[in-house]
Design a protein around this ligand. Structure first.
Ligand SMILES: Cc1cc2nc3c(=O)[nH]c(=O)nc-3n(C[C@H](O)[C@H](O)[C@H](O)COP(=O)(O)O)c2cc1C
Length: 466
């Protein structure tokens, strides 16, 4: 009866995340980061520092600043309730360092830690068998010295089950009494994304297929593609955008610059909605770009169809996106819909048959996958293991040196996404097991919206798909 949480479930474990954050507040893994002034200056009217002089910020001390309230030594996860977080200056909490060189792996680290802690405490009771008193061991990082726990497996009775009432609330009545459904009559709907790693682009594509089912004529493009092209006659516009260190994604930089130069009234009559995608781990610049886009559109005379959504990748991301999209369709159909026949968006048959349908395709194979992700081949100049893999705790981390192709740049704070490809032997094994011809050209159709990364609606060989 072990749960198998999926990506979306982890964001709902908000209390576990608060516990981890409070742990990181009292004892951040890395004890310090360094900064230096760009000019001679006096900090707080008191401390003179010269240009280039290095200052160490002691993070455990920063995390005990009086601004945290009384009794800063007390372990109190409620400090990380969203409403209390909102009241605090964003620079008070820096468990992953600061600025563009802060830990790039923090999203993954916290996601993984939340998952592991949740599974452990679901299965075991933790027993403090030595009456442990915290003793810090410091190497490069801070950790508890000689800390061990005993585990006792929980009985199934100890694992609390959802109550009958909660279950009933979750299962909306099926079929009957479906309210009269409104449908649009071919209204153009433009979905624009500001996306580096594909989250926002994926949501925009999902919204397009939802829109299609609801009678709109959707089109999907990057924000940069919309420069100079937005107007009231083009139908409503929905924007899904992210920020990276407070700056726009590569496919949105021109758009943001264009918006900033617009005269008031330039977008009179345009109706729009913005869904911001962000991560509170970047507290100082959380949701900065979607917020800016929303403000600038309003300043240029455009009208917002509903309040900007703010999905937090460190919180209940899927839940927020689903609630916002529900409100979006309500607002759009109130405005552009006509009463019509109820058509079920997805039938039970579809549900049972799985997410994708595979069909043979005859069109030529294109580099669609690469094009969709905007990836390019790069030459690997050097690759070697950095970790002693003979050590019992060794987990592979590899050094990679790449030659950047012509026209590709890389600077501090940028990161590189790798489109992985499975080893040939593994692909061949799958083909042999299922009797597949790897050169067969197929096309995947998504039966219902999904945030998956599989390439749909384009021909490709089974070899490429696998
Ligand atoms: C290097 C880096 C910097 C980020 N900076 C911010 C930020 O300043 N503000 C924010 O709200 N989210 C920030 N995020 C979170 C991303 O916006 C979030 O992961 C989003 O899902 C990315 O969308 P995309 O996959 O469409 O590019 C950052 C993520 C990374 C990896």
């Amino acid at each position: 009866d072990a749960p198998e949480p999926d990506y979306g479930d982890i964001g709902k474990l908000t209390y576990i995340r608060q516990v981890l954050n409070e742990g990181l507040r009292l004892w951040p893994t890395a004890p310090a980061f360094a900064v230096e002034p760009l000019e001679d200056t006096v900090i707080g009217g008191k401390y003179a520092v010269r240009k280039g002089e290095s200052i160490q910020i002691l993070i455990p001390q920063l995390h005990r600043d009086p601004a945290w309230g009384e009794n800063v030594e007390l372990f109190d996860p409620d400090r990380f309730l969203p409403e209390r977080e909102e009241e605090r200056p964003v620079h008070l909490f820096k468990p992953f360092g600061s600025g563009e060189r802060a830990c790039i792996g923090r999203q993954f680290a916290l996601h993984e830690a939340t998952l592991v802690l949740a599974l452990v405490i679901h299965r075991y009771r933790l027993i403090d068998h030595t009456n442990y008193q915290l003793k810090i061991k410091q190497s490069l990082t801070l950790k508890p010295d000689e800390f061990t726990l005993n585990l006792a497996r929980r009985t199934s009775g100890e694992r609390r089950l959802p109550t009958a009432a909660a279950l009933a609330a979750g299962n909306a009545p099926a079929g009957q009494d479906r309210p009269a459904v409104r449908r649009a009559t071919g209204t153009a709907l433009t979905l624009l994304h500001g996306s580096n790693l594909g989250t926002c682009a994926g949501i925009a594509r999902d919204l397009a297929s939802d829109g299609d089912e609801r009678g709109f004529t959707p089109s999907v493009a990057s924000l940069n593609d919309a420069v100079d092209k937005l107007s009231a006659d083009g139908g409503p516009v929905v924007i899904v955008a992210a920020s990276y260190n407070g700056r726009p994604t590569d496919d949105a930089t021109d758009f943001v610059a264009w918006l900033e130069g617009l005269e008031p009234g330039a977008l009179d009559g345009l109706e729009y909605a913005v869904l911001g995608v962000g991560d509170r781990n970047w507290a100082a610049t959380y949701q900065r770009v979607p917020t800016l886009i929303d403000e600038r559109l309003t300043a240029a005379g455009a009208t917002s169809l509903l309040e900007r959504g703010a999905a937090d990748a460190a919180g209940d991301f899927a839940g927020t996106v689903d609630r916002w999209t529900g409100d979006l369709w309500t607002a759009l159909l109130e405005r552009y819909g006509a009463a019509g026949e109820a058509t079920a968006a997805e039938s039970e048959d579809d549900r049972e048959a799985g997410l994708y349908e595979l069909e043979d395709a005859t069109d030529s194979v294109i580099g669609g996958l690469a094009a969709r992700h905007g990836v390019q081949p790069m030459e690997v100049l050097d690759a070697h293991e950095l970790v002693d893999m003979n050590h019992g705790l060794g987990r592979s981390k590899r050094f990679l040196r790449l030659r950047l192709p012509e026209g590709v740049t890389y600077r501090t704070g940028d990161h590189i996404a790798v489109l992985p490809s499975n080893p040939h032997d593994l692909v061949q094994r799958v083909a042999d097991r299922f009797g597949l011809d790897l050169d067969r050209t197929v096309r995947l159709r998504a039966r219902r919206r999904s945030r998956g990364a599989l390439p749909v609606d384009r021909p490709l060989t089974l070899r490429r798909l696998l």
